[in-house]
Design a protein around this ligand. Structure first.
Ligand code: M6R
Length: 611
């Protein structure tokens, strides 16, 4: 949830820490801070709110040290103010932490009973005290760290510096990711590879329970038992360049416009354009599962990724004729799911770090089930833990509101459903060929759909005055209605709900009046007539319907909708990939109209690494 960076160098590190935090701000932006060792003593500079507040303070502070840690926070325990901002310090120690320490109350009471005074309301400060306590008892920094982490219950990724130890930085992880970046005479710690990417291409992914002790020219890694272990060094791509808005006003708008490209890249991983076949990617880790053994698909994900999974459940049943269910990860784990050994457990995640999804994956792995993930970050924890990776090639997504990752997830999931259907004999060779062709048309049709931008901006003027908005969809468009509602609420703060169109009459229709816009997603398919009946039910009650449909659908709807947005005609099974675009554009335009912070909406973070 929070972003962590640590740098050990011969050069001053403060401004580089801030630069790295800029790339991590997507993980949280309630406050930010750095700590360095100035003249041997811990110096902290912290600021509430966005990184820009910290930037000014760090420049003014003229920090000289070659060792320091930085943090950008998504608050869990304690108000989002300067006091609770990381780094936290106690005695000789400063730490930054990502995760949640579940037993912090007990630890804090015990530490207070031993005379320690706490300055903050956070769980994280406990860790600084535990390490400092070890040092005051005469332990080495390494032993003080190892003893401290053994007392922690919950999730943590830590970076630690110690007063008087100019050539030392330490780290530890459990439940939250942490990477070491190995530079030339420099060492880095980061909450993901993106944090250290601009400084070095050599990274080491620490494993669960690992701790590390870094010096400028050497490193040691210890497992949970305190034994020194070796972890492989991985070469990563130059990923720093992705953090650039180009000519766009917001990352979200840029990412919406990148969808023809991101879909094209993703589709190319599954569809052979020459043979017109659809298969699983045959790169390492891509297709390491035996489709012949799959007779059920269990999809698990959160938020937008869950809605992609919900659409995929329709596809797996319709196309591959295999039973499929989609679950919200935070519920799945605790409902004691009954899963057969022939179930493919499929996790969908942009970041590959979402704690709820990872916990569900752990559960399935502990039962020895076959696991696969549709994931956008190939180096993420989820990607590294599943049996097979079905990649989305959306590129780095910075906007907190997921857009291009969602359509890439739809492309990947649809491909997996077709590949599985082909394998099970539910998809004929001719149907596969037709699917391949339709898939290859997606990028062009996405470009066409993006031309709706001006119309959505116009509709957004009225929409931004609404207090509540309803979204309706049937069949595979129902998850799109849910996604449209989520997009609107997360970035414009307008209350929005998605419903299955047929469910409206069972209660939600009571909400319909002339002040509550209803957005119906209904491209022409075999359910169009039923959707249009629902549209009439709304219009009769003075509800203003904005209909998103194909030209046929709009003609059939006649004069009843207040506004229409026409998406290109295509195979209705593939239409969700297009139909979601006007929903993204609408949410974006409403947020802009309301002057909201589009890329960093309040209370949210891009990557939710706490349960
Ligand atoms: O990284 P993930 O795909 O696992 O993230 C899951 C959700 O947190 C994410 O989709 C969230 O709902 C987005 N803010 C939606 O725009």
């Amino acid at each position: 949830m929070c972003g962590i960076i640590g740098i050990l160098s011969d050069e001053p590190v403060a401004l580089r820490l801030v630069e790295a935090l800029r790339r991590l701000e997507y993980r949280g932006y309630d406050s930010a801070g750095v700590a360095t060792l100035e003249a041997g003593g811990v110096t902290r500079v912290r600021a509430p709110g966005k990184l820009i507040n910290l930037d000014d303070k760090v420049r003014a502070a003229r920090l000289e040290s070659g060792v320091g840690v930085g943090h950008t926070r998504w608050a869990t325990h304690g108000e989002a103010n300067e006091i609770n901002a990381h780094p936290h310090a106690s005695g000789r120690v400063a730490i930054v932490h990502n995760g949640i320490i579940e037993n912090f109350r007990d630890l804090r009471l015990a530490l207070e009973a031993r005379g320690r005074r706490f300055d903050t309301q956070t769980d994280s400060e406990t860790i600084a005290h535990l390490i400092d306590e070890g040092l005051t008892e005469g332990l080495t920094p390494r032993d003080a760290l190892l003893r401290a982490v053994r007392q922690l219950k919950g999730a943590y990724a830590l970076a630690v510096i110690v007063e008087g130890e100019e050539d030392l930085m330490m780290g530890a992880r459990q439940g939250s990711p942490l990477v070491i970046g190995v530079g030339r005479g420099e060492m880095f710690l980061g909450s993901d590879a993106l944090a250290v990417g601009p400084f070095t291409s050599q990274v080491i992914y620490l494993e669960e329970g690992d701790a590390c002790v870094l010096h400028r020219g050497s490193r040691s890694i210890f497992n949970t038992a305190g034994e020194e272990v070796q972890r492989p060094v991985t070469q990563i791509d130059a990923i720093a360049a992705a953090v650039d808005k180009g000519n766009y006003r917001h990352f979200m708008l840029k990412e919406i416009h990148e969808q023809p490209d991101s879909a094209s890249r993703t589709i190319a991983a599954y569809v052979d354009a020459i043979e017109e076949t659809v298969g699983l990617p045959d790169r390492p880790g891509g297709g390491a599962i035996d489709l012949a053994k799959v007779d059920r698909v269990q999809i698990v994900a959160c938020g937008t990724a869950y809605y992609a999974g919900l659409a995929a459940a329709y596809w797996f049943e319709r196309i591959a004729r295999v039973p499929a269910t989609a679950d919200i990860a935070s519920e799945f784990r605790y409902r004691s799911p009954v899963l057969s050994p022939t179930t493919l457990c499929l996790f969908v995640s942009q970041s590959g770090e979402t704690a709820d999804t990872r916990a569900a994956l752990d559960l399935c792995r502990s039962q020895g089930l076959t696991t696969a993930a549709v994931v956008n970050v190939p180096t993420s924890s989820i990607a590294r833990e599943v049996d097979a990776v079905f990649p989305t090639l959306a590129g780095t997504e910075i906007g907190v509101a997921s857009t291009k990752a969602f359509t890439a997830q739809l492309c990947a999931l649809l491909s997996v459903a077709i590949a599985l259907g082909r394998h099970r004999g539910a998809v004929s060779r001719d149907r596969e060929r037709a699917f391949a062709r339709s898939m290859m048309e997606r990028p062009r049709l996405l470009s066409e759909t993006l031309k709706l931008e001006a119309e959505t901006a116009d509709i957004a003027i009225d929409l931004s005055r609404a207090r509540d908005v309803l979204y309706l969809g049937r069949g595979v468009f129902y998850p799109m209605a849910l996604e449209g509602a989520l997009k609107l609420k997360e970035i414009s703060y307008i209350h929005a709900e998605g419903y299955a169109s047929g469910e409206l009459k069972h209660g939600p229709i009571a909400l319909v009046d002339d002040a509550t816009p209803v957005i119906m997603v209904a491209p022409a398919d075999e359910l169009l007539d039923k959707s249009l009946s629902n549209l009439e039910e709304v219009a009769t009650r003075r509800g203003k319907v904005i209909l998103i449909s194909t030209a046929d659908g709009v003609t059939s709807a006649g004069p009843s909708p207040a506004r229409t947005l026409v998406v290109p005609d295509c195979d209705p099974l593939l239409a969700p990939i297009l139909a979601v675009v006007p929903l993204q554009l609408l949410a974006y335009a409403v947020a802009v109209e309301k002057g909201a912070d589009v890329d960093q909406p309040r209370n949210l973070a891009k990557s939710v690494t706490v349960e």
